[in-house]
Design a protein around this ligand. Structure first.
Ligand code: HEM
Length: 504
């Protein structure tokens, strides 16, 4: 009976796939909507399958396409028709974002959706829970982000990784004139950093030999696959594959179990040396309020948070700076005003670099979009009706590209839009934007816990790299690297560069 059921399910899904594939091909070859970014209209919707064709046609440029659609909506909000009559609301309207993230915070939790998709990977870690469990984890972890901890992080952990690992690797690439993938190098850097600061463990991922690291590869696969589940128009397909442990879901299960085994071993090891160390993991284990499984979940959430976000931000930063010599000059001027190896206070004081990073994350945010689920019926400030259970996504990538929010020169990389000159000292002063116009770190009660730490880490890296080296992308002149985002953003194909020593 069970076998018959399985065969019937496969048959039905096979049939559905066949029709969708067949019609997608026909659609792509005949429709004016096909994968074009000048499609100014709302995507067409059909009974049962909603806007599946438009989503399929734009699957490799999802964020760019959604941005075009949002940009042409008068309110900055539109409802995507998913399959079987389900809607997903996308917004780039700051009033709506403030409503979701702050004034009606309790009405827009992560909800069951996030839990179903991420529970095998993230368990009940901070990224995947709401309510009291989230509050407790946030409270305990927030100690790790006070000034004392961040100072220690910048002056010891980042400093050592920079001077002992990153700079020698770049120097060697400059000497041998070889091409390196800077995105990969930065990912290794931030991976080592997050493990050291949070767990007192050095995975030695950034070494001249660029060792293959089983754990990091498994983490990458688990992240990408979980994210694909999230955007899937037919969730039943991955659910069936997971239940039967076949295809991509089998690989995901294997990757996730490797990740969890590694995190568990880190927790167990730490338990034996609790009195000798002072880091987030020791604090979590000492708190007595959290079970070993929950601590393991938290470890995974923290690696996710600290790993690819800052490396993604820096990748796009170096790309933009390499194409804007005036910005590069101003950054260099600021670096040369400070000492060779700037301390915490000097790094904090680098207003121009701070603005340059904010500006690059406006155009290429490390987290492209964030989704909540309405806990009851509601009306957004722009009048959009939200039915209970609807996914509501604020689209960070689109928000950085709205003329209404940034002016006609929004495509320009211009750090000066974040700065004013002090009329007395002539120094740059950083002027922050409204957090709901620029929710790159989210905003409201769930604002990113690692924001200050991330800025200081990134500024320290920029100061070290730009002082000594020029980053020269090998991509053909006039071409643009491709942005895509899974849970965090990526430069597709990596960031291939040559490194030149700065002798001037
Ligand atoms: C440029 C770097 C970073 C960006 C753009 C960024 C952005 C974000 C965003 C958008 C969220 C909300 C995600 C969600 O709820 O789904 C978030 C949450 C969070 N981030 Fe970051 N992040 C960065 C770096 C870091 C670092 C380095 C750490 C820690 C070492 C960190 C720790 C966290 C934590 C713990 C949360 C969860 C907060 C909560 O739910 O209460 N982040 N971050």
């Amino acid at each position: 009976m069970l076998l018959l059921g399985v065969i019937a399910t496969f048959f039905l899904f096979g049939l559905l796939f066949f029709f969708l594939f067949f019609f997608s091909i026909i659609y792509l070859s005949t429709s004016s909507e096909s994968s074009s970014l000048d499609n100014r209209k709302l995507p067409r919707s059909y009974p049962l399958i909603g806007s599946y064709f438009a989503v399929f046609a734009n699957r490799n440029q999802r964020h760019q396409w959604l941005t075009e659609v949002i940009r042409h909506s008068p309110t900055g909000t539109f409802a995507l028709h998913r399959t079987f009559g389900e809607l997903q609301i996308f917004t780039a309207n700051p009033a709506n974002v403030q409503h979701i993230l702050k004034t009606h915070f309790n009405l827009y939790p992560k909800g069951d959706l996030s839990n179903t998709i991420f529970s095998d990977f993230l368990g009940s870690g901070i990224f995947n829970v709401d309510g009291d469990n989230w509050k407790l984890q946030r409270q305990i972890s927030s100690h790790e982000f006070n000034t004392k901890s961040i100072r220690k992080f910048v002056q010891t952990v980042v400093e050592t990784e920079l001077s002992d690992r990153l700079l020698p690797i770049l120097a060697s690439a400059a000497t041998t004139e070889s091409v390196i993938d800077l995105q990969n190098v930065l990912e290794r850097f931030t991976f080592d950093n997050i493990c050291k600061i949070a767990f007192g463990f050095d995975p030695e991922f950034l070494l001249p030999s660029m060792p293959p690291t089983k754990f990091a590869v498994a983490f990458e696969l688990a992240t990408m696959s979980s994210s694909n589940r999230f955007i899937s128009m037919f969730p039943a397909i991955w659910k069936v594959k997971r239940a039967l442990d076949i295809g991509s879901e089998k690989c995901v299960r294997q990757a996730i179990s490797q990740v969890r085994e590694f995190a568990q071993s880190m927790v167990k090891k730490k338990k034996h040396e609790l009195n000798e160390t002072d880091d987030l993991l020791s604090r979590l284990l000492n708190s007595c309020l959290l079970s070993e499984t929950l601590v393991t979940d938290m470890v995974i959430s923290f690696i996710l948070a600290g790993r690819d976000t800052t490396s993604a931000a820096l990748t796009w930063f170096f790309w933009l700076v390499s194409n804007n010599s005036q910005v590069e000059k101003e950054i260099l001027r600021e670096i040369r005003e400070k000492s060779e190896s700037p301390n915490y206070d000097e790094v904090k004081d680098m207003a121009y670099i701070h603005a340059s990073l904010c500006e690059s994350m406006r155009l290429f945010p490390p987290v492209a979009a964030d989704t909540k689920v309405a806990a009851s019926d509601d009306i957004l400030p722009d009048g959009t009706f939200v039915k209970k259970g609807t996914r509501v996504t604020y689209h960070i990538y689109a928000m950085g590209r709205m003329e209404k929010l940034w002016g006609v020169d929004w495509p320009e990389y211009r750090p000066e839009r974040w700065l004013e000159k002090d009329t007395v000292t002539g120094k740059w002063i950083f002027i922050p934007k409204d957090a709901y116009v620029y929710p790159v770190f989210q905003a409201g009660p769930r604002i990113c816990l690692g924001k200050d730490m991330a800025f200081l880490q990134m500024k320290k890296i920029v100061a070290g790299v730009v002082r000594h080296f020029r980053v020269v992308p090998t991509i053909e002149k006039g071409s643009e690297p491709v942005y895509n985002a899974f849970l965090t953003s990526k430069m597709i194909g990596g960031f291939q560069v040559r490194i030149e020593r700065r002798d001037d």
